[in-house]
Design a protein. Structure first.
Length: 129
């Protein structure tokens, strides 16, 4: 947007801070397209009937094409359903991984550098004794 109106991105950012009505208008301008996409995603997820579909045929030896209106039935889309549910009901549909892990506190790879130094000092002292 900044490029289109000939200002810097910083200017746009400052306008958003300085002019609440400017920020509100930007947000309002996004609502209608977002609503349209949301409605389309819902229709794709649940399936729908397109009553305005037309098939066009050109029969052999015909002088004009034949237009055949029909109802197009679009089946529900599983990918759209998954996307919808993961975003609208994440508590039930998010992918979660649970990993059980046993940690050996004496394993050097699990120690901080300070812990490793202290453990080396202990082992060195034990060998001297």
């Amino acid at each position: 947007m900044a490029e289109k109106i000939g200002v810097s991105e910083a200017t746009i950012t400052n306008w958003k801070k300085d002019y609440p009505e400017f920020l509100a208008s930007l947000k309002a301008g996004k609502e209608e397209p977002d609503d349209t996409v949301e409605r389309s995603l819902y229709e794709r997820a649940t399936g729908y009937i397109n009553k305005n579909a037309v098939k066009i045929f050109m029969p052999a030896n015909a002088e004009e094409p034949v237009y055949a209106p029909y109802e197009e039935h679009v089946a529900p889309d599983v990918t759209a359903q998954i996307f919808w549910l993961k975003n609208r009901r994440p508590d039930r549909w998010r992918e979660k991984s649970e990993i059980a892990m046993t940690v050996n506190p004496d394993d050097p790879s699990m120690m901080t550098s300070e812990q490793r130094k202290a453990r080396i000092a202990e082992l060195t002292q034990e060998k001297k004794d």
